[in-house]
Design a protein around this ligand. Structure first.
Ligand SMILES: Cc1cc2nc3c(=O)[nH]c(=O)nc-3n(C[C@H](O)[C@H](O)[C@H](O)COP(=O)(O)O)c2cc1C
Length: 349
């Protein structure tokens, strides 16, 4: 088990290095948000300083509808990253999902994902994280309970990453029965379950199966941001795996398309938009297209390695951009933004 864990830790370390050092090489297809433009309102008739970005998620009121998306987890430096992110989330009063807690479940290190995170961020929605692969079998429900308890989480995020698993030499290849395992966890857990992808998107059809299984919210984590096929391609040891991965570098459902499809098919299910969100304008478009919350991962990794203040500063820009997008569409709050004039100006969504 120890040797296996060292392998996982090394893999997570490689992921951090690749995304931090060569982000331009691992960004996949377009998010689709570029195909949408708000209609500028030259006469907003509202006070900029009165714009209200508050929203409610998991029964907690956030200052802005933003989520620090799950980032693992395996490397020692993750401890600092997680602490910076938790402190920043508390200061900004936005939601946070931790990275995969698999290492903490299976090994010695918790990578800073422990109750100290809850102490740093007592008031925000804090979400635990585990892959669907870790939920199969008899230990699945126990594992889910343990990761939630580990950080006193408000919800559990289950991530789906079938493409990435196949592109890892030791990845999980058997995805039969995963929906059943998710349904079991939903039935036995006392906190809500959110299901997300990791950058290839969730279709309306898959969302429907998850909603039928009792899942509370869907995070589309669509294509256009971090491409895990590209990341795995960069660290692949064999030419075979490299060729397989590179062909799938821009695979996936663009974030805007996945969001729109799920939000229109399931209007009563909270949908989180993530995957390639870079600015507050993207966030505004995502909210307009039906998201209740907007998540960012790779875009804040750099500042998360630096300091809490760097993360706060980074998010402050996104929040101000979102506010200005509200102003320039004459939207005094997020309800108004949801009906702001927007046009589709490119092909597809
Ligand atoms: C360094 C890094 C580590 C990640 N680790 C996890 C993880 O452990 N669990 C998870 O559900 N998603 C993980 N993700 C995926 C993100 O949560 C997100 O779904 C994906 O990166 C798309 O968002 P982005 O384009 O803003 O990066 C990770 C992303 C990054 C950049």
């Amino acid at each position: 088990m120890a040797i296996k864990n060292q392998g996982i830790v090394q893999r997570k370390n490689d992921h951090l290095d690749i995304i931090l050092n060569t982000p331009q090489d691992v960004t996949g297809a377009s998010t689709g948000f570029g195909n949408w433009r708000f209609v500028h309102c030259a006469l907003p008739e509202i006070d900029y300083d009165a714009i209200d970005l508050r929203s409610v998620f998991l029964n907690k009121t956030l200052s802005a509808p933003l989520l620090i998306s799950s980032m693992t987890g395996g490397a020692q430096r993750s401890k600092f990253i997680n602490h910076h992110l938790a402190e920043a989330a508390q200061e900004l009063n936005v939601a946070m999902g931790v990275g995969s807690q698999r290492i903490a479940l299976e090994g010695q290190s918790d990578c800073g994902i422990d109750k100290s995170l809850r102490r740093l961020a007592p008031d925000i929605p804090l979400m635990a994280n585990l892959g669907a692969a870790q939920l199969a079998g008899e230990k699945g429900i126990d594992s889910a309970r343990r990761v939630v308890d580990m950080i006193e989480a408000d919800a559990l995020i289950i991530h789906l990453n079938p493409l990435q698993e196949i592109l890892q030499s030791d990845g999980d290849r058997d995805w039969a029965g995963k929906l059943d395992a998710i349904a079991q966890v939903v039935r036995h857990l006392t906190v809500p379950v959110v299901v997300k992808e990791v950058g290839a998107g969730i279709s309306a059809a898959v969302a429907g199966r998850l909603i039928d299984a009792g899942v509370t919210a869907i995070d589309v984590a669509g294509a256009g941001g971090t491409s895990w096929a590209a990341v795995e391609g960069k660290r692949a040891e064999s030419a075979h795996l490299r060729a397989l991965a590179s062909a799938f570098a821009d695979w996936g459902i663009p974030t805007a398309q996945a969001l729109q499809a799920i939000a229109s098919a399931y209007p009563n299910t909270p949908v989180i938009a993530s995957g390639g969100i870079r600015t507050g304008i993207d966030a505004a478009k995502a909210l307009r297209l039906g998201a209740c919350l907007v998540g960012q991962a790779a875009a804040i990794l750099d500042s998360a390695t630096e300091s809490t203040q760097a993360v706060v500063d980074r998010f402050a820009i996104t929040i101000e951009q979102l506010k200005l997008a509200c102003f320039c569409t004459g939207s005094i709050n997020l309800d108004a933004l949801k009906t702001a004039d927007i046009i589709q100006c490119g092909g597809g969504s």
